[in-house]
Design a protein around this ligand. Structure first.
Ligand code: BJW
Length: 278
């Protein structure tokens, strides 16, 4: 873990103080300390994971062993070695997910986060998701840590490729420039995250006054290190997840419940208005 060099600002101190008495209320009962922290924050950052899209019908990686994805193990498929072993299998898995994502809509959690962005002076939404649902809900300040499933690139040179055709039953389509297989523009295990989005995310985690951590198992690094950066920088860290995670013990608050229920309630309690999607 990296020690933050950012001094605690007065806004961060106020946010931190507002978080000093952790309580674990029912999912939609939002403690006053949390609304105070959000209202007083100059900079709010949000880290999201697959759970934020679950209520849109996109299976999380943990759920992926059920239903439609039962034949696939994401830990086996989201790796460069899986692609090297069986490129067509990996290509098809992403093609199936691309189609699925195209057929679903943002849910109240995405809508509430887009509304939050418009309510605070400085904001960054850091997502591990590759589904583009935050942008479709209207979020603008988004940094994608693990790429985007809608994009495709050359597996040899990394060049983005705008259009492609699935012409072969046995193999993925090929790069028009060099003939290598095309692959999804996402980050697999053992691959480096894109430098600029990661730097933006780390900077936001260190400087924010409040970090919301929504719908992630908080197990995949380097994203899983961001809450620690935020805490060391003096931010109030609030987890929203129906289940406990490795972060829970260190978070200032854990709001237990689905993001599509908790986030609209959080917005409504903090900045009362209509249209938070709940
Ligand atoms: C709800 C809900 C509802 C359900 N509402 N919530 C130790 C230290 C540092 C690094 C490592 C380490 N050991 C190993 C590593 C390396 C590795 C890693 O972290 N492995 C861990 C398993 C330990 N990391 C990497 O390899 C990364 N690269 C890297 O570190 O480079 C340096 C390096 C190079 C070489 C060797 C070693 C290091 C790259 C990570 C890339 C991850 N890629 C994927 C696939 C993306 C493309 C795709 O979509 O297919 O990213 S894997 C998968 O995990 C995906 C996700 O973004 C990511 C995180 O998962 P997420 O989002 O948290 O989903 P789930 O399913 O795990 O959890 C869902 C949560 O939602 C649950 O908590 C539910 O309770 C909750 N939920 N319904 C709210 N309604």
């Amino acid at each position: 873990m990296v020690q933050s060099s950012v001094a605690r600002s007065s806004a961060a101190t106020a946010a931190r103080r507002a978080c000093e008495n952790p309580v674990m209320p029912a999912p939609v009962a939002i403690p006053a300390e949390i609304t105070a922290a959000l209202r007083g924050a100059r900079f709010v950052a949000v880290l999201t994971g697959a759970g934020v899209s679950a209520e849109s019908g996109v299976p999380t990686f943990r759920d992926a062993q059920q239903g439609l994805w039962a034949r696939f193990d994401p830990r086996e498929l989201a790796t460069p070695s899986a692609f090297a072993r069986n490129p067509k299998r990996v290509w098809d898995w992403y093609a199936m997910r691309r189609e699925m994502v195209g057929g679903v809509a943002p849910n109240p959690a995405h809508v509430a986060l887009a509304a939050l962005e418009r309510r605070v002076p400085e904001f960054l939404l850091i997502t591990q998701n590759v589904d583009g649902l935050h942008q479709r809900a209207g979020s603008e300040r988004v940094t994608e840590l693990h790429g985007n499933i809608a994009r495709v690139k050359c597996s040899r040179e990394g060049t983005p490729v705008a259009t492609w055709k699935d012409a072969d039953d046995e193999l993925p389509p090929r790069c028009p420039a060099c003939g290598a297989f095309l692959r999804p523009d996402v980050v697999w295990f053992e691959e480096l995250l894109p430098a600029e989005p990661l730097a933006k995310a780390e900077d936001a985690a260190r400087r924010c006054n409040v970090l919301l951590v929504v719908g992630t198992s908080a197990e995949v690094y380097p994203a899983a290190a961001l809450p620690d950066y935020a805490r060391r920088g003096g931010a109030c860290v609030i987890e929203i997840n129906p289940n406990e995670t490795p972060l829970t013990a260190d978070a200032d608050y854990s709001l237990r419940g689905p993001a599509g229920v908790v986030l609209p309630a959080l917005l409504q309690a903090t900045f009362p208005a209509k249209g938070y999607g709940g």
